[in-house]
Structure formats: C-alpha cells, structure tokens
Design a protein around this ligand. Structure first.
Ligand SMILES: C[S@@+](CC[C@H](N)C(=O)[O-])C[C@H]1O[C@@H](n2cnc3c(N)ncnc32)[C@H](O)[C@@H]1O
Length: 260
C-alpha cells in the first residue's frame, strides 16, 4: 500500500502500530526523550500511591505505565492502558507482557464506575472527531473516577496547530506537493517526490490524513469539563523540551488536573 488515505485517527494509530519502532504510538517522531519527559511530569503531578488504580486513556507506547510499574516504591496496584485499536493493543501486549491493555474509545470505556483513582488522558482528546466526542470522553472520565480521584488531561492545544504550522491535511498527493511548494519550498517538494517514488516501489508508506485536530483554550476546556462533572484543581502551560533538551513552556498547549 504505497499511499494510504484515511480520514480519522483510529486508522492513523492502527497504521502506527505496524511501525518497527513502538515509539511511533506516542506520535512524537524521533523525540523519545520528550515522551519520557512529558510522562515523568505527569507522574510527578499525580503522585501515585500503592493502592491506586491507574487508567491511562490513549496510552501511546505505554511510557507512563512502564514508568509507573518501574517505581521502586509507591507504584499503583493496578495499571490499565487504553489504546484505540486492537492492532495497538496487540503490539503493546507483545512488547510489554507484564502490563495490561484494553482497546476502547475514550468516549465509551468498558470500566466500572468509580473504579479508577488516577486517570491520565494526555495528548489524546485532540484526536477525537468532534466536541460531542470530547464531552462523551470527559463524562466517561468522571464516571470511572472514584470520589477524590486525580484526573490529568494534558497536551491539549488552544489553537489549530496544523493551520498555524501550515501542515497539510488532505488525501491528494498533488495537493500535498502544491502545499509543500507554497509553505516549505522546492527542497521539501523534492524530498516528498523521493518518498513518493519509494512508496510506489513499496519501500515506504505515506499516510495522508484529512482529519484535523480539536482544540480548546483553558476557558473552553473548563466549561466542557465542568459540564461533565469534573472539578478543576489546577491548570498550567504544558511543559516540553526544546530541540537542545531545555525545558520550555509550550506555546499553545495546556495541562489540567481535575477531581470529582
Ligand atoms: C499522541 S498518543 C498519546 C500517547 C501518550 N498519552 C503520551 O502522551 O505519551 C495518542 C493516543 O491516543 C489514542 N487515541 C486516539 N483516538 C482515541 C480515542 N478515540 N479513544 C481513545 N484513545 C484514542 C491512541 O491510541 C494513542 O494511544
């Protein structure tokens, strides 16, 4: 399949599960240290205890779960990773046999009400198809949370980053080449033509996704979350690593900690 055309993120992650490098599931290409940094920040914020039940909705390459399980003391008694496709779940299970994974949409979780004491949903809500889906996911988090639970919702953009950074969304190779010419110049076009040739002979896969991302600034996020029964504890700018490894505030992303 040289050029794959899709219009949603479930298929995008299903395809990522085929990559040689399992870190593809975290969708931070060549930035494994950033994934580790982000998930370490989450662990520090949520303060796991031995009797905790941790649910990581959109668990990516399971970095958070691996870190939680590897804690010398105070690790949670139970960790569940939620990924959106069976392909991801199988890939994660074969790479990390000691961890538990389920396949589910965040909008409808097969977990008991009040069963989780720590819930994490990082860099995931932006991939849901609509605001109604975000509301359904927030309601599910509120439902599975035990009273007093800590709920981390992070890496949520306040603007359409794809539009801001001039990233192509669509399923036409010709439109992509035109877009690259306009935004990135001849070198980018030449690079994509090389990849296209490789894709035609079957040594590379190009995935064209027409789906955008969802975004909501703090005011909107709080309004959505509170309408679903979540109570804000705090929110702050998402922190990340720049290219040289320095810690910086994200330009457009926020992290939120809620409870019920
Ligand atoms: C960018 S990765 C985030 C990985 C991890 N949370 C992190 O921050 O390192 C996005 C995750 O969202 C999941 N995902 C995408 N759509 C989803 C949905 N509708 N319901 C649940 N998970 C979804 C994918 O399976 C993937 O694990």
């Amino acid at each position: 399949m040289p050029v794959v055309r899709i219009n949603n993120y479930v298929d995008a992650y299903r395809l990522r599960a085929q990559a040689d490098d399992i870190h593809e599931l975290a969708a931070r290409p060549n930035r494994k240290s950033l994934t580790e940094f982000v998930n370490r920040q989450i662990l520090t914020a949520i303060q796991l205890a031995p009797d905790d039940v941790l649910v990581d909705i959109g668990c990516g390459d399971a970095t958070l779960l691996r870190m939680a399980k590897g804690m010398a003391k105070g690790g949670p008694s139970k960790c569940i990773g939620v990924s959106v496709s069976v392909e991801e779940q199988k890939r994660l299970e074969s790479a990390f046999p000691g961890l538990s994974f389920i396949t589910s949409h965040a909008q409808s979780l097969p977990l008991d009400s009040g069963s989780a004491t720590k819930i994490v949903c990082n860099a995931t809500l932006l991939y849901l198809p609509s605001e109604d889906d975000v509301l359904a996911a927030l309601r599910e988090m509120a439902r599975i949370a035990r009273p007093g639970a800590t709920i981390w919702i992070g890496d949520m953009p306040e603007i359409d980053e794809y539009a801001h950074y001039g990233m192509y969304r669509g399923t036409s190779m010709l439109a992509l080449l035109r877009h690259l010419m306009k935004h990135n110049g001849l070198r980018a076009v030449a690079g994509m033509l090389r990849r296209w040739l490789k894709a035609i002979v079957g040594s590379e896969q190009i995935v064209l996704n027409s789906c955008g991302i969802l975004y909501a600034g703090p005011e909107k996020m709080l309004q959505l979350a509170e309408s679903c029964g979540l109570k804000l504890k705090t929110h702050f700018r998402h922190r990340e690593l720049d290219e040289s490894g320095g810690v910086v505030d994200s330009k457009f992303r926020y992290d939120y900690i809620f409870t019920v």
